[in-house]
Design a binder for this molecule. Structure first.
Ligand code: AMP
Length: 137
């Protein structure tokens, strides 16, 4: 997929749309998600034009990749969720319901986040009842 320079995160990077900035360095920008799912819900994005994690992993420099990982840890510690625990995730492509076509990683924490995903044999995601998941580790 070609990169769309009018996607919402590109516009945030250009300062055309306001955001609550959390972190910035040479390669990375981070801001609060507008529809936060938890007390901490930060979106961490590269400043470069990458559609997804797939695109980023293929084309980004080692410095850009390193900067993303460093920023994730820094933000988690700065937000005070490193000790209590947090989740990072990156929706990539249609099956993962990626909404914004600029690579981003969600940092979510500040509450119990529950199990990672419903089991594949549970037909309707979101209807899982507490305690119904089997621990298969
Ligand atoms: P995803 O499904 O991983 O592509 O998620 C995109 C995320 O971007 C969603 O969690 C949205 O709430 C968030 N989002 C969309 N527009 C904005 C915005 N203007 N400022 C902050 N977050 C946004």
């Amino acid at each position: 997929m070609a990169y769309d320079r009018n996607n919402v995160f590109a516009r945030i990077l250009r300062g055309e749309i306001p955001c609550n900035k959390v972190y910035e360095d040479e390669h990375v920008f981070a801001f609060d998600d507008i529809t936060a799912r938890a007390p901490t819900h930060v979106l961490v994005i590269p400043k470069g034009e990458y559609v997804s994690l797939d695109d980023f992993s293929e084309k980004a420099s080692a410095e850009e990749i390193s900067a993303m990982v460093r920023a994730l840890g820094h933000i988690a510690r700065a937000r005070g969720v490193a000790a209590s625990g947090y989740r990072i995730l990156s929706n990539t492509g249609p099956a993962a319901h990626q909404e914004v076509p600029h690579f981003h990683i969600h940092v979510v924490g500040g509450r119990d986040l529950g199990p990672m995903l419903p089991r594949a044999d549970q037909s309707s995601p979101g209807t899982v009842e507490a305690g119904s998941l089997v621990n298969r580790h």
